[in-house]
Design a binder for this molecule. Structure first.
Ligand code: SAM
Length: 346
C-alpha cells in the first residue's frame, strides 16, 4: 500500500501548492524593482500564461519595464492547466513584442492572444511535463536573467537551490517559515538572499480565496532594493534598563522580544524575533545565527517534582530555579555601530 500512501502524499502536496498570487500583490512588490528589469529576459517557470498574474503583470508592462523577453512555462500537475488552444501538453509562452493589435489604442490580454495567433510571439508545447527541474526548463532558466514567480511551497528548498546553482537573480514568494529552513537561513545570514518589501496574505485556490493570514508569506530576492539600505531608527537604551533585557540560559545573548525594543547602545549579541528580517539592513546589523541551530541543548534534570524543560533548538529564559521558558524562533544579531550612551550633563 506504500504506493497509495505516496499517491495520497503527492496529492496533498499538490493541493498545498495550488495557491495563485493576486495581481495587486505582484504590483505592490515589483514597483520596488523597476530599474532591474530593463533589457532583461524574465522567466516565470511555475506559471500558466493564461492563468498566472505574474505573466499578466509582465506582459502588460512589457514595454514600460523595457523587457527584452518574457518566458512562462506551466506544469502538468497544475490544477488550472487545461492545455488550451489545441495544446495537448503543458506549454511555454515566449514573448518578445507587445503592441496594440485591435486598434483600441491600448494593450490588453486580447492583444497578447492575438500576438500568439499572428506568430509574433510563440506559444508551443513543451516536450515534458513542465517541471522546473526538467532539462528543457533548465535550458530556459539559463536563458533568463531574472526569475519571478510563486513556486510550489512543497518544493521551495529545491527551487531555491536550483536558482542558486544556476546563479539567477530572482524575486519569489515563499512561506514565512522558510526563513528558518536550514537550507534557506544561511543564505539570509550571509546576505546572499534577503526579504522583499511586502507580505502577500491572501491567495486564490481552486476552492476559492484563502483566509487572510497576515504575515503568511514573504518575498525572497537577491535583487538590491532601497529598503535593504534603510537603517532602523533605534530609540531604546540598554544602559540603566538591563532588567528589561533578560539573558538566555543556553546562549550568550540578551532577549529583545520586540524589534522596536532593540537598544541603540548594546554591543553584544541580541536575540530578536524572525520578523526582524523585514527591517534588516546589512549596513546596520550582522546576523550571527538562528536559535534553531545555535542554541545549546538544554539538559533534562529532575529534582523533587520539578523537571527542567528539555530540548535544544530554541533559546530559553530561566523563570525560576527549576523552570525555563522556551521562546519562539529567534535570530541572533549584533549592531555594527552601537551608539555610546550620552553622558548626562552636570
Ligand atoms: C504556489 S502555485 C503558484 C502559481 C503561480 N506562480 C502564481 O503565483 O499564481 C505553484 C505552482 O507551481 C506548480 N508546480 C508544482 N510543482 C511544480 C514543478 N515541479 N515544476 C513547475 N511547477 C510546479 C503548481 O502546479 C502550481 O501551479
Amino acid at each position: 500500500m506504500a504506493g497509495n500512501n505516496s499517491n495520497l502524499g503527492a496529492a496533498k502536496r499538490a493541493k498545498n501548492d495550488e495557491f495563485y498570487t493576486q495581481l495587486t500583490d505582484i504590483e505592490k512588490e515589483l514597483r520596488h524593482y523597476r530599474k532591474h528589469f530593463k533589457d532583461t529576459t524574465v522567466l516565470c517557470n511555475c506559471d500558466d500564461p493564461f492563468e498566472s498574474n505574474f505573466f499578466k503583470f509582465f506582459v502588460l508592462n512589457f514595454t514600460r519595464l523595457g523587457l527584452k523577453k518574457l518566458i512562462a512555462t506551466c506544469y502538468e500537475g497544475s490544477a488550472v492547466a487545461e492545455y488550451r488552444d489545441g495544446k495537448a501538453k503543458p506549454y511555454k509562452a515566449v514573448v518578445t513584442t507587445v503592441h496594440d493589435t485591435t486598434g483600441d489604442g491600448g494593450v490588453d490580454m486580447e492583444d497578447v492572444r492575438n500576438l500568439f495567433e499572428l506568430g509574433e510571439n510563440e506559444l508551443v508545447e513543451l516536450e515534458g511535463d513542465g517541471d522546473f527541474r526538467s532539462e528543457e526548463c533548465l535550458a530556459l532558466l539559463d536563458e533568463a536573467d531574472i526569475v519571478v514567480t510563486n513556486p510550489p511551497f512543497s518544493l521551495f528548498r529545491e527551487y531555491v537551490a536550483v536558482l542558486m546553482e544556476h546563479e539567477k537573480k530572482f524575486v519569489i514568494v515563499g512561506n514565512k517559515n522558510a526563513i528558518t529552513y536550514k537550507e534557506i537561513f544561511p543564505l539570509l545570514k550571509d546576505d546572499v538572499v534577503w526579504l522583499g518589501c511586502e507580505s502577500p496574505c491572501e491567495f486564490f485556490t481552486p476552492e476559492g480565496m484563502t483566509k487572510k493570514v497576515n504575515g503568511l508569506t514573504r518575498w525572497f530576492t537577491n535583487l538590491d532594493i532601497k529598503k535593504r539600505h534603510e537603517e532602523l531608527i533605534l530609540v531604546k537604551k540598554y544602559a540603566g534598563h538591563e532588567d528589561e533585557y533578560p539573558t538566555y540560559d543556553n546562549y550568550d545573548a540578551i532577549e529583545v522580544s520586540k524589534v522596536a525594543d532593540i537598544p541603540f547602545d548594546y554591543d553584544g549579541v541580541m536575540g530578536v524575533p524572525i520578523t526582524f528580517l523585514d527591517k534588516y539592513s546589512p549596513d546596520q546589523f550582522e546576523i550571527i545565527g538562528c536559535s534553531l541551530e545555535i542554541a545549546t541543548p538544554i539538559k533534562s534534570v529532575a529534582k523533587s517534582n520539578d523537571v527542567y524543560q528539555q530540548g535544544g533548538n530554541a533559546f530559553y529564559i530561566r523563570t525560576s530555579e527549576h523552570q525555563l521558558r522556551r521562546l519562539y524562533d529567534r535570530i541572533a544579531i549584533r549592531n555594527k555601530h552601537p551608539e555610546q550612551p550620552k553622558e548626562v550633563q552636570q
